[in-house]
Design a protein around this ligand. Structure first.
Ligand code: MN
Ligand code: MN
Length: 475
């Protein structure tokens, strides 16, 4: 006779138990998660654009003892430096006990979020109203952007070399801007017109209403546009031609706010990917020094495919590494960097999608991430047939699992690909690190409403990202 098997025990031992952070955590850590969220909301409200996120990042770095690499003469163990690329990406390093020879621990996130850019020739007048033409940046659903309050953020570079900072629409007493929408009375899905759908917003209809007051001169053809230009000239010294050397973005005015009776969620513009930027930055500051040099990078232009000199594909990364190497009194040789890449580990810290009960059928529910279920680790992203993505190796994932397992409060959920096979998909910057011969995996926060003017994140997942990143940096 064989011994009687306790199948309940066996089930616990052999099967994957998915649990939410709220079920795993005690009250003490729940409170820590809520406290962490306060700092994060603060960061978000100051960092709606790439430039602003980098500015806030530098402020935090300086507060934590980091020095600009251009002001440093040499680097030794424990030294902390940062480098800025064109005000749009930020590279931070803390020298490990073995310099770069033992590889690096890198976390890279992105700080650009979908928004509307002013076109190069934005201003026009129609029906006695002034507008600005925009070109959307990143993957938006266009219908989400009309009829909401928008603020303008950016810079205008004048002929005289002055750089004007613009930020209008954030304070309660400042005006806001808006894209108009068609009234439902004239846009009925079913009616005499026989239409089956609402009007689809076109890219060229994303025009921002700027004003309606004309100048007082009957000889002027476009009186309202001229009145706007007069205002811009008097206030900032901007002429119409200056928009050619400007970067002005329309972003939602809304502040980051607690969502739900229990305040367990946060609604905000730009969780993707400032949630990973903030949590990786904080974990980087708080982590202990190890043998390997720790690197934290906030990168730009992920939302449009990582092209450009401030993107993850830019050789600024190599240039930064070489500078660190040189100051660390080593041969300044690119081969040293390549060697270091080969024995480095990286996390591409980016957001992914959580199962929304209203839209379950886009997911393979057995391989999908849930809101509140902790750090979301994607073995690969891309689309059908694993195109346009790198994939983390079994060996690397095993090492990561063991790091995260050491702390029971680091709740993880593993997944691969976004949504059902052949449903669609999406990419991250992971492949640009993988192409450099670095072991890398995506790990971040699962969201609702990705790329909408307001996205939703769980305070549990945000704090879990912080805990997971910190463990990755120091274990
Ligand atoms: Mn992202
Ligand atoms: Mn995105």
């Amino acid at each position: 006779m064989s011994e009687k098997i306790d199948y309940q025990k066996l089930e616990k031992k052999l099967t994957l138990q998915k649990k939410s952070c709220w079920e795993v955590w005690d009250d003490k850590i729940k409170k820590q998660a809520f406290d962490f969220a306060e700092g994060y909301k603060n960061f978000l409200n100051k960092s709606k654009t790439e430039r602003e996120a980098i500015e806030t990042g530098i402020e935090l770095a300086q507060k934590n003892g980091f020095k600009n690499i251009t002001e440093v003469k040499s680097l030794s163990v424990g030294d902390k430096v940062y480098a800025i690329n064109r005000d749009k990406s930020l590279f931070l390093a803390r020298i490990g006990k073995q310099g770069l020879d033992n590889g690096m621990r890198i976390i890279m996130s992105h700080i650009d979020s979908p928004h509307l850019d002013f076109k190069v020739n934005p201003l026009f007048e129609d029906e006695n109203l002034a507008f600005a033409k925009t070109h959307y940046y990143g993957g938006i659903k266009k219908y989400q952007w009309p009829a909401i309050s928008l603020a303008l953020h950016g810079v205008v570079c004048l002929e005289n070399g002055k750089k004007i900072n613009i930020k209008i629409g954030e304070k309660d007493d400042e005006p806001i801007f808006m894209i108009t929408d068609l009234l439902p009375h004239l846009d009925r899905p079913v009616g005499h017109s026989g239409k089956s759908e609402y009007h689809e917003i076109k890219g060229e209809e994303l025009n921002l209403l700027l004003g309606s007051l004309p100048v007082n001169d009957s000889k002027i053809k476009e009186k309202v546009k001229l009145a706007i230009l007069e205002y811009l000239y008097n206030k900032y010294g901007i002429k119409e031609e200056d928009f050619a050397s400007a970067e002005i973005q329309a972003v939602p005015c809304e502040k980051a706010r607690d969502l739900g009776f229990d305040r367990s969620l946060i609604s905000a513009y730009g969780h993707d990917d400032k949630v990973c930027a903030y949590s990786s930055l904080m974990s980087f500051f708080d982590a202990e020094i190890i043998d390997q040099t720790q690197v934290c990078i906030l990168i730009d232009r992920e939302e449009i495919g990582s092209d450009g000199n401030t993107s993850a594909q830019s050789v600024f990364l190599e240039s930064f590494m070489l500078d660190v190497l040189k100051l660390n009194q080593k041969n300044c040789d690119i081969n040293e960097i390549y060697h270091s890449y080969g024995i480095s580990q990286a996390i591409s810290a980016d957001t992914t999608v959580a199962v929304d009960p209203d839209y379950k059928d886009v997911h393979d529910l057995r391989n999908a991430c849930r809101m509140g279920f902790g750090l979301a680790i994607e073995k690969y992203t891309g689309h059908g047939g694993k195109y346009s993505t790198s994939e983390a190796s079994a060996e690397f994932l095993q090492k990561l699992r063991m790091i995260f397992k050491k702390d029971k409060n680091i709740v993880c959920q593993f997944s691969g690909g976004i949504g059902k096979v052949d449903q669609g998909g999406g990419g991250t910057i992971a492949k640009y690190l993988a192409n450099r011969n670095i072991d890398v995996v995506d790990a971040g926060v699962a969201l609702f409403n990705i790329h909408a003017p307001l996205e939703i994140a769980s305070k549990a997942d945000i704090y879990c990202a912080y805990l997971g990143y910190k463990a990755f940096y120091q274990e």
